[in-house]
Design a protein around this ligand. Structure first.
Ligand code: ZN
Length: 65
């Protein structure tokens, strides 16, 4: 099995491995140079998620560049 690289969407910071399109916002703007990972498990109640504009649970990059 081929190893896939983790990518972070530049728009919503969602982290994904497969495909070249963000499964969250369908943007094709991604980077492999992201810093930090954060799992959002309670997006509706999390203030951090709100600050980052995240409204869906999942794995997100803290910083993209
Ligand atoms: Zn996205």
């Amino acid at each position: 099995m081929a190893k896939t690289k983790e990518k972070a969407c530049k728009i919503c910071k969602s982290i994904y491995e497969e495909g070249d399109k963000c499964p969250n916002c369908e943007s094709k703007e991604f980077t492999e140079n992201f810093k930090g990972k954060m799992e959002v498990i309670n997006a509706e109640k999390s203030q951090i998620a709100k600050n980052l504009g995240i409204n869906k649970n999942g794995l997100y990059a803290i910083k993209t560049r």
